[in-house]
Design a binder for this molecule. Structure first.
Ligand SMILES: Cc1cc2nc3c(=O)[nH]c(=O)nc-3n(C[C@H](O)[C@H](O)[C@H](O)COP(=O)(O)OP(=O)(O)OC[C@H]3O[C@@H](n4cnc5c(N)ncnc54)[C@H](O)[C@@H]3O)c2cc1C
Length: 401
């Protein structure tokens, strides 16, 4: 959106950062977005651009080589980039939030140094939670890590893992069992693709949108790792998983931001087109039917932006608040789909053409009510936080019955 930074409570540095990211987005990133979608190739050259522009690893503390910036700083960059290319926006999410932020919060010195170096060098870490039989019910995962002497041996299958095949660093969640076979809880392990035997990328999912980043099936076949790779220890039955979910709130804010950015990009195209396209002898923006659509789109975008910024700000010194992050992701993802769909409508037949970016944006934006917690499951998170109880439609609430 073009709202002035001051109205959004941005600092002078943040307004500068936003302008910097917008310039990069409008220039080289926008120029390649259609090609990235068409070729389905991971945009390594955009990774280099982000690196040069200081837009990856921004949230990594300075002692590990990052910039020690806050979530809102990352959000401003992701929002700007996503308006031009959602794939590049997602790369900015996953090099500033998600797995890297979990390692930075819970890892050992050695793990933090390794992960920071990899991300600052351009690696987008993969976070491996979802399995064919455990999606929304992530706690039902069956990938297991068995302690055998001084090693852990992992077996299982994950699917829809973003970056599978391009990411090197993997944060893998598994049920941990001690040497006697007793269940200890869910833990998170770090492994590097190509350096860890037994970590196999077995399929690339043919996705509807966001085609420049692979979504992969990953099999773990007797993947053998030392205990030093355990970044989130199980610590009792729930603690490891709770740590994961806490860190994941940053990723949710990031995902909401990509949806917001795509919708802002589509809205701007529709706004501009409505001025130049003429029918019945006048610009189409002189028709009240379209004026009200523009008004509704801008209201949705402003509300979404406020929710996203607020959720990002809530994470200062830690991770974003779970309730605010869930509210932001549900509202933004659902409204972004509507805004992009309306923007496409402004172009009539042209909107349906692959020569314009609207159809790509419509495919890309559709993901965000699904990945990283569906809109339904996040409504459960919101309701659970409001009612302060475990709901029967959640694993913990269900287990009580
Ligand atoms: C593009 C993309 C990228 C992804 N990237 C990753 C990644 O990097 N790492 C990773 O681990 N996973 C990733 N995922 C997986 C994603 O997190 C899961 O798809 C998501 O959690 C939903 O799981 P599912 O697909 O198995 O759906 P299911 O859990 O089978 O859900 C099916 C339907 O039932 C609804 N539902 C389920 N339970 C409830 C309930 N209790 N109350 C109400 N409704 C319910 C859901 O909302 C949904 O509509 C990605 C997915 C996509 C599409």
């Amino acid at each position: 959106m073009n709202a002035p930074g001051s109205a959004l409570g941005l600092s002078a540095d943040q307004v500068k950062l936003q302008a910097h990211a917008r310039a990069l987005a409008a220039g080289p990133v926008a120029a390649r977005a259609a090609e990235v979608d068409r070729t389905e190739q991971y945009p390594w050259d955009n990774v280099d651009l982000l690196k040069e522009a200081g837009l990856i690893g921004m949230t990594i503390p300075t002692q590990y080589g990052g910039q020690g910036k806050g979530w809102l700083d990352a959000v401003l960059a992701i929002e700007a980039l996503s308006a031009a290319c959602a794939v590049t926006g997602r790369i900015a999410v996953e090099t500033n939030m998600g797995a890297i932020s979990a390692v930075m919060a819970y890892g050992s010195e050695e793990q933090k140094k390794m992960a920071a170096d990899m991300v600052l060098g351009g690696d987008k870490p993969a976070i491996c939670i979802t399995e064919p039989d455990a999606g929304s019910d992530a706690g039902g995962m069956t990938t297991r890590a068995d302690k055998k002497g001084n090693r852990y041996v992992l077996n299982g299958r994950k699917h829809w893992i973003t970056g599978g095949g391009v990411s090197r660093l993997h944060l893998i969640f598994a049920k941990v069992y001690d040497e006697q076979g007793a269940f200890e809880g869910i833990g998170g392990f770090l492994a590097i693709r190509d350096e860890t035997k037994g970590l196999k990328i077995t399929k690339r999912e043919p996705t509807m949108g966001l085609r420049g980043i692979p979504e992969a099936v990953i099999d773990f076949e007797d993947m053998d790792v030392p205990p030093s790779s355990l970044v989130i220890p199980p610590r009792g039955l729930k603690k490891g998983f709770a740590d994961l979910m806490t860190a994941y709130n940053s990723q949710r804010v990031g995902a909401a931001t990509v949806a917001l950015g795509i919708a802002q990009g589509a809205y701007q195209l529709a706004l501009d087109w409505s001025e130049t396209r003429e029918q019945f002898g006048r610009p189409i923006n002189e028709f009240q039917g379209l004026q009200w659509k523009l008004a509704d789109m801008s209201i949705k975008l402003s509300a979404a932006q406020a929710l996203v910024y607020n959720a990002a700000r809530s994470g200062e010194g830690g991770f974003p608040d779970m309730l605010l992050a869930a509210q932001a992701k549900v509202f933004t993802s659902e409204n972004a789909i509507q805004v992009v769909n309306e923007a496409l409508q402004f172009f009539g037949a042209r909107g349906y053409s692959r020569e314009l970016p609207l159809e790509r944006m419509a495919r890309d934006v559709r993901m965000f009510t699904i990945g990283g917690g569906t809109a339904e499951v996040l409504r459960n998170v919101v309701a659970g936080a409001l009612l302060k109880k475990k709901l029967p439609q959640t694993r913990e609430g269900w287990a009580k019955d």
